[in-house]
Design a protein around this ligand. Structure first.
Ligand code: GLU
Length: 370
């Protein structure tokens, strides 16, 4: 099958779409929203919507809008200034979408998330139910990070990652990333304009990861590297991802008609259930367990739970139920899981007589890392 046939085959099974649009696509440097681009975007979303697709829009642009609204162009700006600008800009951003979608009689909803909303199980399940209800009601949720209340340590690294997590949360059929860097290139096209475009990726190898420079885009926080991390995440959840030139008119129509645009990351077979994928991608570890070779073999090769006898050292001050990382004696992270004891309890247990065979992480709560 050639790429065109593969794309058409893929799209024939798509019902739920996550569309991520970056700040550099919908705003102009120091000028605020680019209404021409927004007009194109909403026109295309309307066509998909009327064709029966369920769509979640993940849109950046709050900080850039806030800057333009206040004419606050000082650089660099502190985290607090960014948070204040996001509060100002988010209102303008959602208002613009409200107005744009109104002409097509499409109702939108604002969904602002923090990483804790997705990393705490109950809040995650709640966010999932809310998003699903909105989709059932034929509303287009417009998601952004709740920048105003997040702090450096707990924020999503950027909206590329947020869009991947949202795609997993609602179990979307495709993640489309509309970007100012229109595709993955063998080299950074801002440095080498002749760089070769990668049309499709079956496997995100270290060679592919190396193609992404670490330099982020013009306005947003993400860059090609974080787009590749997002691709890694969603493709392993069984969701394909495509990067398309976000400022090009009718780009979604072109992609749907099979035109050779952007870069497609083909989905892989999903090997873990959604709960395990949630442990793997949505929660940040709060501590570390250093484990011996016996425990390493038991969890990696024999699919066993982690028992206390294999723990050599405990790092961090976590509570019962927290997520911890299991590290081998060479310092390599092997697995992640939800722990049955707090750090204090573990340390006490380690020196007590009843330590033998106590289960520290149950197999169902343990995920092996790649
Ligand atoms: N949430 C930020 C905003 O709306 C953007 C984050 C990003 O660029 O990834 O301005």
């Amino acid at each position: 099958m050639d790429r065109k046939e593969k794309v058409q085959n893929l799209l024939s099974g798509v019902k739920k779409i996550i569309l991520k649009v970056g700040s550099a696509v919908i705003t102009e440097e120091d000028k605020g929203l680019d209404y021409q681009v927004l007009q194109n975007l909403t026109y295309e979303i309307n066509k998909l919507y009327k064709a029966g697709y369920k769509i979640v829009l993940v849109s950046s642009g709050a900080i850039a809008c806030g800057r333009a609204k206040l004419k606050y162009f000082k650089k660099p700006i502190s985290l607090t200034e960014k948070q204040a600008l996001a509060a100002i800009g988010q209102a303008a951003l959602i208002q613009a979408y409200e107005d744009m979608f109104q002409q097509y009689e499409i109702q939108v909803a604002q969904v602002l998330l923090t990483s804790e909303d997705l990393s705490q199980r109950e809040r995650y399940l709640n966010a999932k139910k809310t998003l699903e209800t909105l989709l059932k009601w034929k509303i287009v949720p417009i998601v952004n990070e709740n920048d105003t209340v997040t702090t450096e340590g707990i924020r999503f690294s950027d909206n590329d990652i947020l869009s991947a997590l949202v795609a997993g949360t609602v179990e979307a059929d495709i993640l489309i990333v509309l970007s100012d860097v229109d595709s993955l290139y063998r080299e950074d096209p801002r440095i080498n304009p002749q760089a070769e475009r990668i049309k499709e990726v079956e496997e995100i190898t270290p060679e592919i990861m190396n193609m992404a420079g670490v330099k982020p885009g013009r306005l947003g926080r993400g860059g090609m590297y974080s787009k590749l991390l997002s691709a890694q995440m969603v493709t392993s959840m069984g969701i394909p991802m495509v990067i398309l030139p976000g400022r090009a008119p009718l780009i979604l129509e072109k992609f749907w008609s099979g035109e050779d645009v952007g870069t497609i990351f083909w989905a892989k077979e999903r090997k873990l259930n959604m709960r395990k994928l949630w442990i793997k991608y949505y929660i940040k570890p709060e501590g570390k367990l250093i484990i011996d070779q016996g425990a390493e073999k038991a969890i990696l090769e024999n699919g066993k739970s982690l028992l206390i006898g294999g723990i050599v050292n405990v790092e961090g001050n976590f509570s019962k139920g927290a997520c911890v990382e299991c590290i081998n004696l060479k310092g390599k992270p092997l697995a992640k899981g939800l722990i049955n004891f707090s750090a204090q309890e573990l340390l006490k247990l380690k020196i007590s007589a009843e330590r033998i065979n106590k289960e520290v992480i149950h197999r169902d709560n343990l995920v092996i890392l790649d």
